[in-house]
Design a protein around this ligand. Structure first.
Ligand SMILES: Cc1cc2nc3c(=O)[nH]c(=O)nc-3n(C[C@H](O)[C@H](O)[C@H](O)COP(=O)(O)OP(=O)(O)OC[C@H]3O[C@@H](n4cnc5c(N)ncnc54)[C@H](O)[C@@H]3O)c2cc1C
Length: 301
């Protein structure tokens, strides 16, 4: 989230001091970032967010709850959307602020997904003090910064490379069982075509970025098609290994575990990936919302 998401946004909207401090740290992977956008009552309708930041001298005091915060348990920094004004249009009272996860008043509670993995969290912010100099962009102008970040989140995740990696794993599973030509040949070929289309679209989006400095609304198209392809790859992987997908051993796939897997080690993660990737239709903005954006901004409907 540093390199792909908040880094480009600091480059575009940050102050000279913020660029000098954060960008080298992001490049050196010294910081681990998480994203404090969604709240229990605000997801697709993000501008309704209620986390309040009240100015107090040179600081803000922040109160509220963020949810679905991926890897908050590992992060030392969060980029966070807060409400700094309650009047006018909801979008006009939002600010984009950077905070440190070890600040007093921050509590991270795990949310365990149906695969048994712990990736997402609920984060409570209780009287968290953050310097006002940590604002990115102007106060009450965080919505444009937030939207710019979403373009990078949806379009700038090296989808082609991720798909190639996942597809190589699927192909290996199918070849090891002698199923890559006869039984799954057509499915694999269709997936390969999808991946190529994503790669070409990704190159188009990058070219757009070079010319205009923005990824544009095609980033929604990329998020949607790449997410669908990732889901299709994991679905096909489960079908390739059949009943061997059934053993549920999250503890055996934990780093450093001595527990012997039931079946082959490469089968251990297949069902977990399949289950986790169902959430791809929601994470980063739901597919329905991406279709709305494309209808409006790409098709002009
Ligand atoms: C695995 C995962 C990781 C995530 N990580 C993060 C994170 O790190 N940080 C963060 O801030 N958030 C994160 N999110 C949150 C994610 O951005 C939201 O879940 C998403 O934006 C949807 O919001 P919601 O869950 O409130 O659903 P809702 O907005 O309540 O939507 C419910 C359903 O209604 C549909 N819907 C809503 N509005 C419309 C509309 N206008 N037109 C048509 N259909 C509509 C949606 O498509 C969806 O199917 C994560 C989510 C998941 C699943």
């Amino acid at each position: 989230m540093g390199l792909d998401m908040v880094g480009p946004v600091i480059m575009g909207h940050g102050s000279a001091e913020q660029k000098a401090f954060y960008l080298p740290r992001i490049l050196a992977a010294e910081d681990r970032w998480c994203q404090g956008y969604s709240e229990p009552g605000s997801g697709s309708d993000l501008s309704s967010l209620q986390t309040r930041a009240v100015a107090d001298g040179d600081d803000y005091i922040i109160n509220g709850t963020k949810i679905w915060t991926t890897y908050a348990q590992y992060a030392n920094r969060m980029f966070c959307l807060v409400r700094t004004a309650a009047e006018g249009k909801p979008q006009a009272g939002i600010s984009f602020v950077l905070l440190e996860m070890d600040s007093p008043g921050i509590t991270v509670e795990p949310i365990i997904s149906m695969s048994g993995n712990h990736d997402i969290n609920q984060v409570s912010l209780d009287d968290v003090r953050v310097p006002r100099s940590n604002l990115v962009g102007a106060e009450n102008d965080g919505w444009s910064v937030a939207k710019n970040l979403l373009e990078f989140e949806r379009g700038g995740r090296a989808w082609g490379a991720r798909l190639r990696g996942a597809f190589a794993g699927l192909r290996e599973l199918a070849e090891a069982r002698g199923l890559a030509r006869e039984i799954f040949g057509r499915r694999l070929a269709a997936l390969e075509v999808e991946i190529r289309a994503v790669e070409i679209t990704e190159q188009r989006v990058i070219a757009e970025l070079q010319h205009t400095g923005r990824m544009g609304s095609a980033s929604s198209l990329l998020k949607l098609t790449a997410g669908d392809a990732l889901q299709a790859i994991t679905e096909c992987s489960v079908e390739v290994i059949g009943v061997h997908a059934a053993p549920h051993q999250p503890e055996a796939r934990a780093w450093g575990s001595n527990l012997a897997p039931i079946g082959r080690a490469d089968e251990l993660v297949v069902m977990g990936s399949y289950l986790d990737l169902r959430a791809r239709s929601i994470a980063g903005g739901s597919n329905e919302v991406q279709r709305n954006i494309m209808a409006k901004l790409v098709l002009g409907m």
